[in-house]
Write a protein that binds this ligand. Structure first.
Ligand code: FMN
Length: 219
C-alpha cells in the first residue's frame, strides 16, 4: 500500500492558503491511489516541546542506555520520525513567517533530524535515511518571490527545505510557491482567482506522483 503523509503548519485555519492547497493535493492523490492511505499531521494543533538541554542529552545518549525519563522526552520525536518512514509521498504546507517557516514547522524539524532515526553515520559522512521518499512542498507567502521579482532572493524557505530534506536523503522534491497572497489579504484579488492556478499545479503534482510511483528504498 502507498502512503501519503500530509502535513499542515499554518495557524490560520480555514483562511490558510497552504492548507487549501495541501488538501487539494491529498484529495487528488487519494483519487489516483484507490488503495492509498493518508496520514495527517496538523503541526499547528500538535503540542511540540521546544528543544532543551535534557532533550538534547537524551538524544545523544545511546538508545540502549537511555533512562525511562529520557525515552519519554524523545517519544514525540519517535512518533514524527515513524510517520516519515511509514509514508512514501509527502505533501507539506509551509506558510512564510518572517522569511522563514511557521514556528510549529521549525519545532517539528528540530524533532525529526536525529542520528540513527533519520540520519546515519557512514564512512563517507552522514547519510539520510529517507531515500526514495518524495516531497511536494506548498509554500504560501504574502510577497512576490518569482524569478526576477525584487524579493526573489528573500525566499529562504525553498533553499532551506532543499538542504534539510536533502540531508535526510530525499532526492525528489517539488515546490509549489503560492506567493503574492497579500493581494487576497488586502482584497485586490479574490481568493478563488488567486488559488486557481496553484490548485492546478498541486493537482498536476499529485497526478505525476501517481503516474510514476516512488522507488522503495530501504535505509
Ligand atoms: C506572523 C506572520 C509573518 C509573515 N511574514 C511574512 C514574510 O516574511 N514574508 C511574506 O511574504 N509574507 C509573510 N506573511 C504573510 C504570509 O506568508 C501569508 O499570509 C501566507 O498566505 C501564509 O500562509 P497561510 O495562508 O497558509 O497561513 C506573514 C504572515 C504572518 C501571519
Amino acid at each position: 500500500m502507498t502512503t501519503l503523509l500530509h502535513i499542515d503548519s499554518s495557524p490560520m485555519g480555514d483562511a490558510s492558503i497552504s492548507r487549501h492547497l495541501t488538501h487539494e493535493f491529498a484529495r487528488q492523490w487519494s483519487l489516483a491511489h484507490a488503495d492509498g492511505d493518508v496520514l495527517y499531521r496538523d503541526l499547528a494543533c500538535t503540542e511540540i516541546p521546544v528543544i532543551d538541554a535534557a532533550w538534547s542529552a537524551a538524544n545523544f545518549t545511546p538508545a540502549e542506555m537511555r533512562t525511562p525519563a529520557q525515552n519519554d522526552l524523545l517519544a514525540k520525536s519517535g512518533v514524527f520520525t515513524a510517520e516519515l518512514h511509514r509514508a512514501d509521498d509527502y505533501v507539506i504546507g509551509v506558510p512564510m513567517h518572517n522569511w522563514g517557516p511557521s514556528a510549529s514547522f521549525k519545532l517539528w524539524v528540530d524533532h525529526i533530524v536525529r542520528q540513527g532515526e533519520t540520519v546515519q553515520a557512514s564512512v563517507s559522512g552522514p547519510r539520510g535515511m529517507l531515500g526514495g521518499k518524495r516531497a511536494t512542498f506548498v509554500i504560501a507567502a504574502g510577497g512576490h518571490y518569482a524569478a526576477g521579482a525584487a524579493m526573489a532572493p528573500l525566499n529562504f524557505i525553498e533553499p532551506w527545505l532543499r538542504t534539510l530534506f536533502g540531508y535526510l536523503g530525499l532526492e525528489e522534491m517539488r515546490f509549489v510557491v503560492a506567493d503574492g497572497a497579500v493581494n487576497v489579504l488586502n482584497g485586490t484579488l479574490g481568493r478563488s482567482e488567486f488559488l486557481a492556478p496553484h490548485i492546478e499545479r498541486v493537482r498536476q503534482a499529485a497526478m505525476r506522483n501517481a503516474l510514476a510511483p516512488a522507488p522503495r528504498m530501504t535505509a
